[in-house]
Design a protein around this ligand. Structure first.
Ligand SMILES: Nc1ncnc2c1ncn2[C@@H]1O[C@H](COP(=O)(O)OP(=O)(O)OP(=O)(O)O)[C@@H](O)[C@H]1O
Ligand SMILES: [Mg+2]
Length: 238
């Protein structure tokens, strides 16, 4: 479902050149739950941004669902982001002074789903993350863990095939982190493909496959436990 082929991402030129990604090849199959780990600056977010069609490689190819993204224009990339991918960030990125339910409904507005249907689907998504009782609350009226659950509901409201999370528990206490990871487990059990960046080994241990990065390269790719049709040891599972 995801295939990076010798992907490089170079920032700057000459003396200032940074090889954020230095020849990364990776395939992730539908339904996998993959953790991306590695030191700060190793290229995790850069890779995630390419997987999420937020950024393009300087060299190499990225295929999403069999489509070579390099052939697409900005409008088509925006369509893929909106329809196929749900994003979750460390800092939640909710819109302030906007009720939880309206934050969740936002991706559907871009798709021109009628208002009433948007609202109903957003309430369903909030219910799925255990927050139906907070639909009318503003982000500032919610705990960090609750805000992240709203962000997850927003990521999932459009039924994306892929959930991308960059340090989703980085700003949360242990208990809220567990709630978020339990939610990811449940989503994974229902067949969702999840790619999650984390610094914390115990968070990575919740995935079924761990990809380790260093200096813009993948230095390890291991299955933590075998899941039928899922990860394979040594990476390269499609
Ligand atoms: N827009 C940019 N311009 C120049 N250099 C960049 C840019 N974005 C990232 N980099 C560099 O690319 C390298 C990889 O950055 P990236 O954000 O992918 O790291 P990361 O693994 O996500 O780190 P962290 O764990 O701190 O979030 C770093 O050396 C960073 O300084
Ligand atoms: Mg990062």
């Amino acid at each position: 479902m995801i295939a990076l082929e010798d992907v490089r991402k170079v920032y700057g030129q000459g003396e200032a050149e940074v090889r954020a990604l230095d020849g990364v090849s990776l395939t992730i199959g539908r339904g996998e739950f993959v953790a991306i780990v590695g030191a700060s600056g190793s290229g995790k977010s850069t890779m995630m941004n390419i997987i999420g069609c937020l950024d393009a490689p300087t060299h190499g190819r990225y295929l999403m669902d069999g489509i070579t993204t390099g052939d697409l224009g900005e409008y088509q990339l925006a369509q893929i982001r909106n329809r196929k991918i749900g994003f979750v960030f460390q800092s939640f990125n909710l819109i302030a002074r906007t009720r939880a339910v309206d934050n969740v409904a936002m991706p559907l507005a871009y798709r021109k789903v009628p208002r009433r249907e948007r609202h109903a689907l957003a309430l369903e998504a909030l219910d799925a993350v255990g927050l139906s009782s907070r639909a009318g609350h503003l982000p500032s009226q919610l705990s960090g863990g609750q805000q992240q659950r709203v962000a997850i509901a927003r990521a999932l409201v459009g039924e994306p095939v892929l959930l991308l999370a960059d340090e989703p528990t980085g700003a949360l206490d242990t208990r809220s982190s567990h709630e978020i990871l339990d939610l990811f487990d449940a989503l994974h059990a229902r067949g969702r493909t999840i790619v999650m960046i984390t610094h914390e080994p115990e968070v990575a241990a919740r995935a079924e496959r761990v990809v380790r990065m260093q200096d813009g390269r993948i230095i390890d790719d291991s299955a933590l436990r075998s899941v039928a049709g899922g990860a394979r040891i040594g990476g390269g599972a499609a």
